[in-house]
Design a protein around this ligand. Structure first.
Ligand code: HEM
Length: 224
């Protein structure tokens, strides 16, 4: 796919496909999980062909999410490592939240908020998977006790609630920072977007003469 002249590659096609498989699985898990969580939300099971189908399909989507999120971890962990500058950015969070980013410490590919979402999900997805295995009766009930299943279901629900909150923050921030969603749909951002939100990343790209993580045609290196 070609991008406008000067565009910067933010996410390669494999990374984007991987991301949207993850996002799709998460939404399906949330809807099917909520339908089993409370009778008031049972109507959501209609989306999956009724209660029995929902119960059967939910854990399998969880398996796909685990594998898919592992793919995101492999591709993004390096850019999400915490560094000392991140504390300075956090101290200026009040200015970030009112959209006055001048004077806020420069950030590289991901800001501390994004790093938080990344690591929170890296913790929560495996917790959801492991507790899910314990309550996946069809295959695993002979290997666990009722007491273990009770604890697992409680932890599973708490981790799901936390993951949904993290997901809401993630989607809100993605829409709020105009131009980010295109970086995950079409794969590119403008140099202006990078200058405003990820200036250190822009400088790194300029210094390396590349137009993104792995240039796939289109953009030229900017001159910051
Ligand atoms: C379904 C709704 C979702 C939307 C609209 C969305 C949107 C986005 C956007 C726009 C970006 C690019 C941010 C940037 O380039 O700076 C992004 C990155 C990312 N998203 Fe999502 N996302 C969604 C769901 C998810 C879910 C469910 C997960 C994980 C379970 C997830 C994990 C990530 C990760 C790991 C990144 C890379 C950024 C980082 O590593 O910090 N996303 N998302």
């Amino acid at each position: 796919m070609t991008h406008p002249r000067g565009a910067l590659i933010r996410n390669t096609a494999p990374a984007r496909i991987n991301h949207w498989i993850t996002g799709g699985c998460f939404v399906l898990l949330m809807l099917s999980g909520l339908s089993m969580f409370h009778p008031m939300l049972f109507f959501l099971s209609g989306l999956f062909g009724g209660g029995e189908w929902t119960r059967a399909v939910h854990p399998w989507i969880g398996v796909v999410l685990l594998v898919s999120y592992a793919g995101l971890i492999v591709q993004f962990w390096r850019d999400n490592l915490w560094n000392r500058d991140d504390f300075a950015w956090l101290r200026a969070i009040d200015r970030v939240l009112v959209n006055e980013e001048e004077g806020v410490p420069e950030v590289a590919r991901f800001n501390p908020g994004q790093k938080f979402v990344f690591w929170a999900m890296a913790l929560l997805v495996p917790i959801l998977f492991l507790t899910g295995i314990v309550i996946w009766d069809v295959y695993f009930s002979p290997y666990t006790t009722i007491e273990q299943q009770r604890i697992a279901v409680l932890v599973h629900c708490m981790a799901a609630a936390a993951a949904i909150i993290v997901w809401i923050i993630h989607v809100y921030a993605a829409i709020w920072v105009k131009g980010s969603v295109r970086g995950m749909t079409q794969g590119y951002v403008t140099p202006g977007w990078a200058w405003r939100h990820h200036r250190k990343w822009l400088r790194q790209l300029a210094a390396s003469g590349s137009s993104g993580p792995r240039p796939s045609g289109g953009g030229k290196a900017p001159h910051a």
